[in-house]
Design a protein around this ligand. Sequence first.
Ligand code: SER
Length: 898
Amino acid sequence: MKSEEIARTWYDYFGARGHERVPSASLVSPDPSLLFTVAGMVPFIPYFLGAETPPYSRAVSVQKCIRTADIEEVGKTARHGTFFQMCGNFSFGDYFKEKAIPMAWELLTGSRDTDGSSPRGFGLDPDRLWVTVYQDDDEAYSIWRDDVGVPENRIQRFGPEDNYWNTGQPGPGGPCSEVYYDRGPAYGIEGGPAADETRYVEIWNLVFMQDRLSAVHSKSEFEVAGPLQSKSIDTGLGLERLAMVLQGVENMYETDQVRPVLDRAAELAGITYTSTEDPEDPNHSNDVRLRMIADHVRSALMLISDGVRPSNEGGGFILRRLIRRVILAMRLLGAEDSTFGSLISVSRDAMKGVYPEVEQRFDTILRVAEKEEQAFLRTLSAGTARLDSAVGSAKAQGGRLSGEDAFALHDTYGFPIDLTLEMAEEAGVDVDQDTFRELMAEQRQRARADAKGKKSGHANTEVYRELLRDVPTHFTGYTEHTTESRIRGLVVDGAEASSAGAGQEIEIVLDATPFYAEAGGQAPDTGRITGDGFILEVSDVQSPIKGLSVHRARVLEGEVPAGAEALGTIDVRRRLDAQKAHSATHLIHAALHDVLGPDAVQAGSFNKEGFLRFDFTHDEALSPGARQELEEITNLAVRDNFAVETKTMALDEAEAIGAMMLFGEKYGDQVRVVEMNGPWSRELCGGTHVSSTAEIGTVALMSEASVGSGNRRVEALVGLDAFKHFAAERTLVSQLTEMLKVPADQVPDRIASTLSKLREAERELERLRGEQLRAAAGQLADQAVDADGVSVVAHHAGSATGDDLRQLVMDLRQRFGSRAAVAAAAGESKGRPVVVIGTTEAAREEGLSAGDLVKVACGVLGGGGGGKPDLAQGGGQDASAIPAALDAVVAAVRARSA
Ligand code: SER
């Protein structure tokens, strides 16, 4: 059974049992507590928690997932993949264990005969299935034993480490029950999952969601804050694991969606895959690499397709790591050239049946992947040069490469330790791995301390959930700047408080508010909240959980009681300016599509009064022409004074009319669409906007630059700030016309011609100085003094650079030809003495070394210097000592034979 058919059978089985078919969400997690979607349940977290009301009570999905915690296991075991698909069925307060368990059994063991279009079940042999339950979950135990008929000797009980599931973050959790498939005695010992998880592979996990967790410390240590509003079901069947069983292959990397990449990698490296899992087998390390490559290439394909770009942080860093691991493994397998494009094309072909978008977006995917590969190949070759020299000196000093060197290669040059080890071994050099590991551990420690410091700013979300009480804050700010309301609650130092007094910094939640909470890149409003006897100044507004606006404020006067009436008033000037910038951001986005095409997708934005920043995916710098066009199209749209229209509609309707949405963003069923000039600019957006584009005034594009691989950023000034910028430039131009005495349009030509004259004059000056020096050299050579058979010139050149002096000394040396001679010239450069000394060959035969003589001079000058026997240079502190230093040189020449 192909993977595609497994997914279809899954959807059909649960679809026929009243489950809403929900398409896979993006790999970029819709839940802010997680980087990636790590399980099928992630898109449904708010439903389990009761923070949102689900539009259906049962759902079925096949969800794309990424997990990288076990990245080191990939390729070594049969079942660890960084990308995998999780087939899930979900109940939100509908059925619980009594139904979830028998359905799972029926689907796994049901006949593979087709019933209409899909098979009824997966046809697994019931005698090969084992199940596990949570230690004290007698209910699940008896459902398996009595309702399903699983013999007691194939039901095992485990503690929280194995049979309690949560996302690793505060949120929903519950005991679980897992189904294992016995691959047979060839794979390990008898005794069920308790004995061997290679022979008995987990294929399906049924989670009985019932707890609300306030903290998760480890798999088995977590804090339960209370029960969920209603008991729910979250199950996850690993599609790849079932495919491995149904396709009769050895591991997930040999299943139909992954194997083709493995084969291509082997072909490119010119080796044969032997499918061994025995670490003693000589082919094992190559096989592990091939399996890892096949897995990682697919993960990279799917991540890039979902809008992730390689970078040095968060999800971007994980993608970068996956790509680099592939390139490294390919190199260790012997492939020198770039191979990623070829591998990822094969992966596309294997995945496009289920995910047609990987084909539609493939141009971009390939560009992103190959660019990253090129950059890494450059890093590797720079690192290789460094490593060669480190290995060279290690060899000279006893054959051990220090941990510090290995760490510097890793930390500064991004050169992977695997490669360092491999290459050092080839050169017969040992690496001090213990020190390397210590340094890495220290670095991780520092990073963790950093991250902790950053995190501690956030209050516990529990208190906000309490305040939400299922009633979202009513936002009135689309139409009002002042709203009368009631104080729903106060938070002081992370805990709910009944009142607050003057001088306190607090958080305050109102039933209704005109304050815009920071979202969609738009800066939050500021302003005041007043009431009977109190005044608060609001400096920030955030929405820490969906639906709740939290104002950060300072009590300026009086005592604020929770529950009191209050009047919220925003700073209108600031808001109007922020919304000009926000509307201008939409114009820039649409204009970018006109200039660069639809691939220039929004990757982030920020706008506040007078300023906007917009990040988008694009691989190269905009040409000056493209920048100008972008600014012009944007300002034409301002001048055309398009009405800004906002509509609320169903998400699929918005999708159908092509409204721009962001990757990884989770939208509700009803969405707000903002339009300017009809379809030209049509975006899903909850922000506030001008009512027609002329209000924006002017947009001045200030800069365009790279922000990491594949992403560009434009920044612009908006409205009065743009005008002020132009006014300042105009003042500058009039200063220049005044100074250069030409009309403004001739300023650039005049500056260019002035600069070229200046350069010419400098060249002339240099030429004259050279001539002067040569003339001086002739005279100086004639005036050389004789120091017991050696001609010595000791010249004080006044103000001169080291270069000038070197020229002079070399010229003199040449003039002396085969005579024994020493030329010393000293001068003052930037207030400090410089001395240069040269010796002819005959002088050196007399035992005179320029290096030694310079040391003599520098001793007098109060500094240091050195060089070779034929030419040396030095300096010092005290320029007034130059004559004495030169005398000392002459004396040293005289004293040579003494
Ligand atoms: N959330 C559970 C898991 O990921 C079941 O879907 O295993």
